[in-house]
Design a protein around this ligand. Structure first.
Ligand code: NAD
Length: 323
């Protein structure tokens, strides 16, 4: 497909499951897109599939600066400070986003690197337990929520640029502040990882368990199949928000344990759990259309709309275009 010259080019750093999927999806949307990956294996595989990729970080960033590309960081949390320092050195004017599954710690690193005014954080809520370039898929994000940050420092033009990429990937954007994202991610993503690991370990100690295991066990332990280093990066990177979530789950389980050992009913937890799950299944999704990006209070308005279940399915009006 020919490049769409009206679209911002995209430079993806990290061509694993997520970055490789962004590269494929952005290319399928007609964008000029190129990527950097640390390992030659990933680069060779991407090039063999017809994509423009390199192991030369400095070369990729110099090219991004010349093209005014949107830089998408798709590596785990630990190497981020090193990458950000290189971006600050070689491409400080480029709009910048990321796919990291924690947002508060990333924002702190971005601020420390002096890149806050060019940065709008992101987190696609899609994935598989596989990793690396071969695991990527141009359709991975289709229909999935993709968090876009609306922190105080977010610039309207960079926000619109990042939103455009999210929509090109086929996702719906969910606006959220980084701190609220991390509290939510702790309960819907990071706590499930710990519960899945604990469940798998508990069953592994019981001789006949794996022989009998079916749907409940498979569903409850699915995410324990994720590469351990990714789980560690996610959970340890969000420890501050994960602790209260874990405390709450332990409190609920301890209550159930106490009830069982006293021959009391566990109905309270089971009924509350069933009601909460029913609320989740009926959670309303509405489309955010009226917020004008750049107008007074636009970030707070979007954060409130995201909290209430709102999603962005198409480009929002901007202050300039609405005049
Ligand atoms: P992955 O293992 O498939 O890919 C990771 C990429 O990071 C690879 O290209 C690897 O070469 C690169 N990398 C690792 N260490 C590096 C270093 N020190 N320097 C430079 N590059 C390095 O992982 P992924 O699933 O694509 O995850 C990438 C990011 O996306 C992570 O921050 C993860 O939290 C986030 N994320 C993952 C999922 C998921 O379900 N897997 C979902 C949403 C967001």
């Amino acid at each position: 497909m020919a490049d769409d010259t009206t679209k911002t080019p995209v430079c993806v750093l990290g061509l694993g499951l997520i970055g490789g999927s962004v590269l494929r999806a952005a290319a399928a949307a007609g964008r000029e897109v190129f990527g950097y990956n640390r390992s030659a294996d990933g680069v060779n595989a991407a090039v063999a599939d017809g994509f423009d990729a390199t192991t030369d970080l400095q070369g990729a960033l110099t090219r991004a600066a010349a093209a005014g590309a949107l830089i998408v960081i798709a590596v785990p949390l630990p190497p981020l400070p090193t990458l950000l320092a290189e971006i600050a050195r070689l491409a400080p004017q480029c709009p910048l986003t990321d796919a990291t599954s924690v947002k508060g710690p990333v924002l702190e690193m971005v601020v420390a690197a002096g890149l806050a005014d060019r940065f709008v954080g992101g987190h696609p809520m899609a994935g598989t337990v596989h990793s690396g370039w071969p695991a990527g898929d141009a359709t991975l994000f289709v229909g999935a929520p993709w968090v876009i940050s609306v922190d105080d420092q977010v610039d309207p033009a960079v926000f619109a640029t990042v939103l455009d990429l999210i929509l090109d990937c086929g996702s719906v954007a969910v606006p959220a502040r980084s701190d609220e994202h991390d509290a939510a991610a702790a309960v819907i993503s990071h706590l499930p990882h710990l519960l899945a690991e604990a469940l798998a370990v508990t069953a592994a100690d019981v001789p006949l368990a794996f022989g009998l295991a079916a749907g409940s066990f498979r569903d409850g332990t699915r995410v324990a199949g994720t590469a351990p280093e990714l789980v560690l990066a996610m959970c340890e990177g969000n420890w501050l928000r994960l602790l209260p979530a874990l405390d709450r789950a332990i409190e609920l389980l301890s209550g159930a344990r106490d009830a069982l050992s006293a021959s009391d009913s566990i109905a309270e937890l089971v009924n509350q759990g069933h009601a909460a799950r029913t609320r989740y299944e009926n959670f309303p999704r509405s489309e955010i259309i009226a917020v004008v990006v750049g107008a007074d209070g636009w970030r707070a308005e979007l954060a409130a709309a995201g909290r209430a279940g709102g999603v962005i399915r198409a480009a929002l009006p901007t202050l300039d275009s609405s005049r």
